[in-house]
Every structure is written in C-alpha cells, then in structure tokens.
Design a protein around this ligand. Structure first.
Ligand code: ZN
Length: 432
C-alpha cells in the first residue's frame, strides 16, 4: 500500500482556506476588542476544541485540538490529538512545535493526523505536515508543498513507545532490509490484523496470520510460535580483569550442560553455548536453564552438517529452523553462529548476517576426553580475550572446567562471546 493511503483529510480546499482566513480575521478582531493582541503574537491562539467525530478517533478515544491562526502574515492550520497522557502529549507537542516553524518563503503550515487504537492497548498516530510557499499555494495540485510524515505507536499498557524491533523478529527485519532502505524502515501502525511498516517505497502491511513466525509482538489475539514464557535479557557490568570466553559446542546435554552453568555461576562467570537446534528441541528445559542464568546461546546449525558444502537454501533451513526453535523456547533471538567444523563457504559469507565466532584455543576435548589433557591444552595457552573451544558433551570437559575455574578466577573474568566482542569494540572506539 502506498503512503498516500486514505487518511482523514483536513486539507484546506480553496474554499476552506478562505474560511480559515475569515475565522482568523474574526478572531483577530475579537482579540483586539479585548486588548488581547499578545495572544496572537506570543501565545498561539486555540481557535476551538471539540470532540472528534471520525470513527477512527473514537476508537483511539481522545479529543483533538484544531488551531487556526495567522502570525506575521503566515497562516497556520494545525490539527492534532489531545491526549490525557503526559508522555504522549510531549511527543505531540514536539511535532506541533515543528509545524509552527515556517521558512521565510513559506506562508502556510498545515498539520493533519490520523490515529487508531488496537487491542485497547496500542495507540498509533501518523501526522502529515505540509508547508507551502506562495507559489505552491497557488498551484492547483494540492499535493505540492514540502510534506513530512511523523508516526509513533504507543503501548498504553506498558507506557512506552514501540519500534519495529519491538514488533518484528530478526528474520522479518532481515527480509525488509533486503527489499527496502534500512534507514527508512519505521513502525507506523499496529492494527488488530497486522502492522503497517513505512519504507522508502511506501507503506507495507505485515499480517499476523500470514507469517506468525515473524512477530515478536505478544498479545492473546496475535498468533505466535512462542511456546514458553519470554526470558528477559540480562545485562551486566564487566570488571577490569582480563576476559576469557569459554564456549561449548554441540549441546545441550543432560547432566553436563547444567553442571557447566552451575560451575560458572559459582564464579559469577558466564559462558557461551553453541547449541544444535535438534538438541534444543530435545532439551528445552536445559536450554531455558542456560538462558535464565544469563549465559549466552549461539547457533551451531540444526543437526551439525558441514554447512560449507551446502546450498544456500540448505544453509538457510539449518539456521532458520534453529533460530525459530530457540525463539519458541526462550523468546530471544540468536545473535551468533559457530560454523560446524569451523568451515565457512563463500555462500555463507555473502548471505549470513549474524556474527561468525571461531576460537583462539582448541581444548581438543572431543579427542582426548581426558580431564588433565584438556586442562593442559588450555592453561599454558591462555591470553587476554581468548575464546576457548570446548564441548558440553563429555563428563571430562565438565571436570576440566571444575579444575580450571578456581585456578583462574582471581586473575580473569569469565565472559560470554557477546560481552567480549562488545567490550573490545568499546575499547577500540575509545582509542580512536
Ligand atoms: Zn560441533
């Protein structure tokens, strides 16, 4: 659908403009009579305020303000909602302030809006601000003039503005980015059937029932692939000790993964688990345990093929399926991928937009399956920001962690891969 969708128009026709000027003139006289000239020059005169009769505004449940005034030979016709809510009023105020600024050549400022309310919770408002010069005003085409669109969606229940990221899962966002200019993407409206996305090529409707796997917006009436309650992300402050990121591939595994989580928890440390989609399906409770304890989970494919020899469709299926399973169990998105066998094809490099994570120390735990041998492959090779490759498959790997962590806890901090990458990025930024 194009951005020129039918919204309630308050555009002034030629007749309307005359009427507006007349109203302004009458008001000016009244003001003068009462010696209230200042109300026209310093404060903006509110012409009238009345209850909106349009259906869409009835559902949005608010009054609106209509200001028509003339100031320094410029005409302003501003229509905007009047919300009881302070957060909303502030946002509206900002847009109205913009509408009250005209360039030197411009002579008319015209603000109109449309609004709706969905699920008795989401208030969507779209403003259209059109400002005309003398010449534009005289052109017969009413679409002339500089036009700007402002939209916001407010979640009344949680008292916050929503963004596209609040509504859409990464996969849907990725799809939008492949067709439209990323910087133009904006959430315009939440409806009971779908969401309206503003793009550089006009508005796009995304319907809930067409792609239930696309939506992160949670409501009883919106279909979702979520099977468990959402686990909130936990952020924490790192300290100044050198960082180590221990990573565990191929899990989750009964009896091993939770044990490793508990060991890291003892030292206020966090690890990263590159899990297989097939095993997440098998052990949802272990997966939730890992995430609830603040550890990170990345993708290691669905069932461990060598991704580098697969076609893009096959790779996409391996990753997409794993992403959906992880989301359905935790309500979170996967941000990292450890390619199986550390192999990456050109196809993967070109098409995958999540972060590839390799390692700097290989514990060879899959080969030795011997606690001391594993410890000996790690301790002598440690360095700052090391990423250590292990597997949460074997008892010997968990035993090695039990031996290693107390030896290192004073000197190092144990962080997730994302924490490590973010800290490094912040450091390089402050060095610039
Ligand atoms: Zn593996």
């Amino acid at each position: 659908m194009s951005s020129k969708r039918k919204v309630k128009r308050y555009r002034l026709t030629k007749k309307g403009k005359k009427a507006a000027m007349m109203i302004t003139a009458v008001l000016t006289i009244i003001c003068l009579c009462f010696g209230l000239v200042s109300c026209m020059t310093s404060k903006n005169y509110i012409a009238e305020e009345f209850r909106e009769s349009d259906i869409s505004n009835k559902t949005a449940g608010h009054k609106f303000i209509s200001e028509v005034f003339k100031k320094e030979d410029k005409i302003y016709a501003l229509h905007y909602p009047n919300f009881d809510n302070a957060i909303l009023s502030d946002e509206v105020e900002k847009i109205v302030e913009k509408a009250k600024i005209l360039d030197e050549e411009e002579i008319t400022s015209h603000l109109e809006y449309s609004s709706s309310k969905a699920f008795d919770q989401y208030i969507s408002v779209t403003f259209t601000l059109t400002q005309y010069t003398e010449m534009e005003k005289n052109t017969p085409i009413m679409e002339s003039g500089s036009k700007e669109i402002y939209s916001f969606v407010f979640d009344e229940k949680n008292q916050k503005f929503l963004t596209l990221e609040d509504c859409l899962r990464n996969k849907a966002y990725r799809e939008l980015k492949s067709s439209y200019d990323e910087s133009s993407l904006v959430l315009k409206e939440i409806k009971e059937t779908g969401i309206l996305v503003g793009t550089n090529q006009g508005d796009v409707w995304m319907k809930y029932d067409q792609n239930p796997d696309y939506f992160k917006l949670i409501h009883d009436s919106i279909p979702s692939i979520l099977e468990y309650p959402v686990i909130e992300k936990q952020n924490r402050e790192l300290n100044d000790k050198p960082r180590l990121a221990f990573t565990f591939d191929d899990g989750p595994t009964e009896g091993i993964t939770k044990r490793i989580v508990d060991l890291f928890d003892q030292y206020n440390g966090r690890a990263t688990f590159f899990a297989l989609g097939s095993r997440m399906e098998q052990y949802p409770d272990i997966l939730r345990y890992v995430v609830e304890h603040g550890h990170e989970v990345g993708s290691h494919s669905y069932d461990h093929p060598d991704l580098s020899i697969l076609s893009w469709d096959e790779v996409n299926e391996q990753l997409g399926k794993t992403e959906d399973i992880f989301y359905s169990i935790t309500g979170q998105e996967i941000e990292l991928l450890r390619p199986t066998y550390g192999n990456v094809s050109q196809i993967m490099k070109e098409n995958i937009d999540i972060t590839f994570v390799f390692w700097t120390i290989d514990s060879m735990d899959w080969n030795s399956r011997n606690t001391q041998a594993i410890v000996d492959e790690i301790i002598p090779y440690l360095h700052e920001d090391a990423i250590i490759l292990m597997h949460d498959l074997y008892e010997s790997s968990a035993d090695a962690i039990e031996s290693i962590l107390p030896q290192l806890a004073d000197e190092y901090q144990f962080v997730t891969v994302s924490e490590l990458l973010e800290a490094k990025e912040n450091e390089s930024r402050t060095q610039d």
